[in-house]
Ligand binder design. Structure first.
Ligand code: GDP
Length: 443
C-alpha cells in the first residue's frame, strides 16, 4: 500500500512527541532528524526534503508551539499542513472548456498506464453524466488501440480510431471533429508513448497540441518508479505545457517519493491518482486528505464519497430495517460484505479510517481480502435453512461447514458466535429505540 514505510515511521516519531507535556528544542531537532530520514527513505527528492524540514523547523521552534499545552500535537499539525502544501495545497480540478468539448490530451511513457488511465477517466466522467469520447492515438505500442477499444466496450464509451497507419496528428484532429459532430462534451486523446523521453516524441506531442489546443495535458507517470517519475515529469513539463499529473500504481508504491516530490519539482499539480488495475481505481488527488492518510489520521471524506457513489441506498435502507427487527440473516451478511467490497480492497478502505493504519501493523489482527474470502466461503457452505435460521447450526453442521469451506471448526465457531452477538446487540438496540425508532423505552 502507498506510503506504508513513511507512514509508519512518521507515526512512530509523532507518538513519541504526542505524549510530551513539554517539548524542548532538542526534542524537535531529534524528531526532525527522523522525519528527514523517513522522507529520504521514501525516495523524496533531497532538495524537497531539505526545504520541507527547514520550513517545519522554523515553525515548530516558535514560542507559541513550545508554550502550548500540547506541543506534540501542534507539531504534528504543522507537519500535516506542510505535507499538504508540498503536494499542492488543495485539490486541483479537471479543467472544463467554456465551449464543449473539453479536450484532454494524455501523455506519458510506455507502460506508465496511459491507456488504462484514459479508460478510467472516461468511466469517471460518464458516471458524472458526461458523454466522453476516447481517441486511440497510440499507434506505436502494439495492441494499444485494441486495448482501448476493449476498455471502451467494457465501460460503454465510444472509441474513435483510424487504425495504426494514419499519423497521430491526423487521428487527433479527426477524433476531435468526430467528438464535436456527435455531441461529446469530453474528448480524451490517448497519445503514443515511447520507452524513453526523446525529441521525436516531444515534437509529435507538440504537433498534436497545436492542432487540437487541449484544455488539459495530463502526464501519466508510474509512481513506482519514484524519482524517475519525477525526472520524467520535469522533462515533459519543460517541453510541453502540462496542466496536471496523474500518478499511477499508487497501490504498489510503498514509498511515495514521487507523490511527495512531483509538485515541488515541476510546479505541476497532481490531479488524479490510480490505485489498481480495475477501471474504477481512479481517485481525484486531494493533497490534504493524502497528508492525513500518511500521518495515520485517516481520510473519512474520501471514504464517504466512495460509499455515496457505490452503495445502493435502497438496499442499505432495507438492511437497516432488518437490523431493527432482528431479521438479519447470513444471506444479508453476505450482501453487506459485497457492498463493502465494492468500495475497493479492504486494506485501502482501512487506510482511510483514522488509526486503522496502525492497527494493520499489529500482528494478531488480520483484516484483508483473504480473510473476507474465508468468511464468505464459510457462509456459502451453509444451506439455505442455515443461513436463514442460524440457530439450527449444531456441532455436526458446523463440522460439515468447516469441511465444505476449507476452513477450521474454530473459524466457523468464531463467525457464528460473532454473528449471534451482533444480532443480539441489534435486538437490544431496536428494543431500546422502540418500534418506530423514536422512543427510548429504557428510560
Ligand atoms: P501505457 O503503455 O502507458 O498505455 O500503459 P497501460 O495503460 O497499458 O498500463 C501498463 C500496465 O500497468 C497495465 O498492465 C495496467 O493494468 C497497469 N496499471 C495501470 N494503472 C495501474 C494501477 O493504478 N495499479 C496497478 N497495480 N497497475 C496499473
Amino acid at each position: 500500500m502507498a506510503f506504508e514505510g513513511l507512514s509508519s515511521r512518521l507515526q512512530n516519531v509523532f507518538s513519541k512527541l504526542r505524549g510530551k507535556g513539554k517539548v524542548s528544542e532538542d526534542d524537535v531537532s531529534e524528531a526532525m532528524r527522523e522525519v528527514r530520514l523517513a522522507l529520504l527513505e521514501a525516495d523524496v527528492n533531497f532538495k524537497v526534503v531539505k526545504d520541507f524540514i527547514a520550513k517545519v523547523k522554523e515553525k515548530a521552534v516558535g514560542k507559541e508551539v513550545m508554550d502550548s499545552f500540547t506541543p506534540g500535537m501542534v507539531i504534528i499539525d504543522i507537519v500535516n499542513k506542510e505535507l499538504t502544501d508540498l503536494m499542492g495545497g488543495s485539490q486541483s480540478k479537471l479543467a472544463r472548456a467554456t465551449k464543449p468539448p473539453t479536450v484532454i490530451m494524455m501523455v506519458g511513457l510506455q507502460g506508465a498506464g496511459k491507456t488504462t488511465t484514459s479508460g478510467k477517466l472516461a468511466k469517471m466522467l460518464q458516471k458524472q453524466n458526461h458523454r466522453p469520447l476516447l481517441v486511440a492515438g497510440d499507434i506505436y505500442r502494439p495492441a494499444a488501440i485494441k486495448q482501448l477499444q476493449v476498455l471502451g466496450e467494457q465501460i460503454k464509451v465510444p472509441v474513435f480510431s483510424l487504425g495504426d497507419q494514419t499519423s497521430p496528428v491526423e487521428i487527433a484532429k479527426a477524433g476531435l471533429q468526430h467528438g464535436k459532430d456527435n455531441g461529446h462534451d469530453y474528448v480524451i486523446i490517448d497519445t503514443a508513448g515511447r520507452l524513453h523521453v526523446d525529441e521525436e516524441l516531444m515534437e509529435e506531442l507538440r504537433q498534436i497540441h497545436s492542432h487540437v489546443n487541449p484544455d488539459e495535458v495530463l502526464l501519466v507517470v508510474d509512481s513506482m518508479t519514484g524519482q524517475d517519475a519525477v525526472n520524467v515529469a520535469d522533462h515533459f513539463n519543460k517541453q510541453l505545457e502540462l496542466t496536471g499529473v496523474v500518478l499511477t500504481k499508487l497501490d504498489g508504491d510503498t514509498r511515495g517519493g514521487a507523490a511527495l516530490s512531483v509538485k515541488a519539482v515541476t510546479g505541476c499539480p497532481i490531479k488524479f491518482a490510480t490505485l489498481g488495475e480495475k477501471l474504477d481505481a481512479l481517485e481525484p488527488f486531494h493533497p490534504e486528505r493524502m497528508a492525513s492518510r500518511i500521518l495515520g489520521m485517516g481520510d473519512m471524506l474520501s471514504l464517504i464519497e466512495k460509499a455515496q457513489s457505490n452503495i445502493d441506498t435502497e438496499k442499505a435502507k432495507e438492511m437497516e430495517r432488518k437490523m431493527r427487527n432482528a431479521e438479519f440473516t447470513f444471506d444479508d451478511f453476505l450482501e453487506q460484505m459485497d457492498q463493502v467490497k465494492k468500495l475497493g480492497p479492504i486494506d485501502q478502505i482501512l487506510d482511510m479510517l483514522p488509526g486503522m493504519g496502525k492497527m494493520k501493523q499489529m500482528k494478531d489482527i488480520k483484516v484483508d481480502d483473504k480473510q473476507m474470502g474465508r468468511i464468505e466461503a464459510i457462509v456459502q457452505s451453509m444451506t439455505t435453512d442455515e443461513k436463514q435460521s442460524p440457530e439450527i447450526i449444531n456441532h455436526n453442521r458446523r463440522k460439515r461447514i468447516a469441511l465444505g469451506s476449507g476452513t477450521s471448526l474454530a473459524e466457523v465457531n468464531r463467525l457464528i458466535k460473532q454473528f449471534d452477538e451482533m444480532r443480539r446487540m441489534m435486538k437490544q438496540f431496536s428494543d431500546m429505540m422502540g418500534p418506530k425508532g423514536g422512543k427510548n423505552k429504557a428510560m
